[in-house]
Every structure is written in structure tokens, then in C-alpha cells.
Design a protein. Structure first.
Length: 259
């Protein structure tokens, strides 16, 4: 029998950007550990397909995995998400995974483009943390995990606004961790390097670029979404109860080299 420190039985988790890639893998991991999972993403059709897939994979209570299509950058829709979670009984866990990017030289960004990157990567997470705080603080122990990037730690050719937004996300993580520690809300982040998802598939399809990436990755391979999800799940579990304000790189050793 599993130790309760290594399960999420009775926990309710909200995951944004949940319809594919890392977000979907996080939902799968949390479900497997016993959590009820609330999935949020913009694409309603993709989200429902992902929800149904998980429901088939984890047969059990009908409400074990629920979904709400919403754009986290929209204030009204963020409020709908939080109202939905409240109506379902509150939250124990929040995973801010929604993100996006446009890669180009600094001088080629339109103002709406670089501001849009900050809206989805940083501002939406900040507002969801603030909005979810009253729900999370009701419990003796709860957790927030923000999905950042190695781009917030070093230069990785991903475009300045993306790296800036992810660096700010990590600082937000540290600040909230200290401010909310006395309320029993732990706040941590993860920083993935290249992970095999639909979003990275185009770049990694270039064999020369792939070789460059692998040469700078000590483990010599691209990461899988499940490898990020496992770290996120650990940071949600009671087993990590003395960890807060941390950023854990899931990068195959990349940050020891840089790019």
C-alpha cells in the first residue's frame, strides 16, 4: 500500500493548458496519483477529446476528470474558472501550465505580440494565483506549481519576451512562496528544456538544429512530457512538504552547458 505522502487522494487540482503536451501529461500523472483533475484550455474540441481520453484511461468516479474551455488571458473567463472550482468544492492544487511564444528578433515584434506573450505566460498565472489563493489557503497544506522554462534562466534562442516572461514567472514563484508560506500554500516551479511536444516538433524536425540541441544536453536526448509531469506531481505531493520557492530544471543537464 502506498504511503499517503506519495499520493494525492482527496486532492482537487486545476491544470491550465491541459489539452495536449505537458499539460495533458500532468493531468494524467495527477489522476494516476488519485487527484480529481479540473482541465482548462482554449480549444474546446481538443480539450474534450483529452478529457475523454483520460476518462477512458482512468475509469472511476464520473467527476474524476472534468473540463472547462476557457482563455486564461481573459479576466471574465478566469473568473468563470475560479467560480467553477469553487462550486465543485474548492482547490488544493493549481498548476499554471498555459503558455505561448512567437520566436523572432527583438526589433521584429509588434507591441501586441510581445505583450501577448506576457499575458499568457505571466499575467494570467499571476491572476490565477491571486484568485485561487482564498481556495488554497482553506487547507492546512496546498500547492501551486508554475511551469516555466530554462529560457527564464539562460539564453536559448527562444525570443527575448519569452525568456523575460519565464524569468519573471520564476521570481513570482519565489515571492509568493515566501508571502504565502504562513498560510500553508507552497509555490514552486519547473523549468523544462526541449520536450517532445507538438509545439517543439517543427524545430526538432530540422536535423542540424536537433544535433545542436543534443550536443548541449548531457543526457543526449529530448525529454518527454511525462518526465516534466512527474516532477510537477512530486511538488504537489505531501512528500515535498518542506519544499517551496524552488525551481527544478527538467533539462537533461542542459543548464550545466547553456546554449
Amino acid at each position: 500500500m502506498s504511503s499517503p505522502r506519495w499520493t494525492l487522494d482527496g486532492q482537487r487540482a486545476l491544470v491550465t493548458g491541459a489539452s495536449a503536451g505537458i499539460g495533458l501529461a500532468i493531468c494524467r500523472e495527477l489522476l494516476g496519483l488519485g487527484a480529481q483533475v479540473l482541465m482548462v484550455a482554449r480549444d474546446a474540441a481538443a480539450l474534450e477529446q483529452a478529457r475523454a481520453e483520460l476518462e477512458d484511461e482512468f475509469p472511476g468516479p464520473e467527476d474524476a476528470v472534468l473540463a472547462l474551455p476557457a482563455d486564461v488571458t481573459d479576466e471574465e473567463q478566469r473568473n468563470e474558472i475560479l467560480d467553477w472550482a469553487t462550486d465543485l468544492g474548492g482547490l488544493h492544487l493549481l498548476v499554471n501550465n498555459a503558455g505561448g511564444n512567437i520566436t523572432r528578433p527583438v526589433l521584429d515584434y509588434g507591441e501586441d505580440q510581445w505583450r501577448g506573450i506576457f499575458e499568457v505566460n505571466l499575467f494570467s498565472a499571476f491572476e490565477l494565483c491571486r484568485g485561487a489563493y482564498p481556495l488554497l489557503a482553506k487547507h492546512a497544506s496546498s500547492a501551486i506549481v508554475n511551469v516555466g522554462s530554462v529560457s527564464g534562466i539562460t539564453h536559448v534562442r527562444s525570443g527575448a519576451p519569452y525568456g523575460m516572461s519565464k524569468a519573471a514567472l520564476q521570481q513570482m514563484t519565489r515571492n509568493l512562496a515566501v508571502e504565502w508560506a504562513e498560510d500553508g500554500v507552497r509555490v514552486n516551479s519547473v523549468a523544462p528544456w526541449y520536450i517532445r511536444t507538438r509545439r517543439t516538433s517543427t524545430k526538432l524536425a530540422d536535423p542540424d538544429y536537433l544535433d545542436e540541441v543534443l550536443l548541449r544536453t548531457p543526457l543526449g536526448r529530448i525529454g518527454e512530457p511525462e518526465e516534466v509531469a512527474a516532477v510537477v506531481a512530486f511538488l504537489c505531493m505531501p512528500a515535498s512538504s518542506y519544499i517551496t520557492g524552488e525551481c527544478i530544471a527538467v533539462d537533461g543537464g542542459f543548464l550545466r552547458y547553456g546554449f
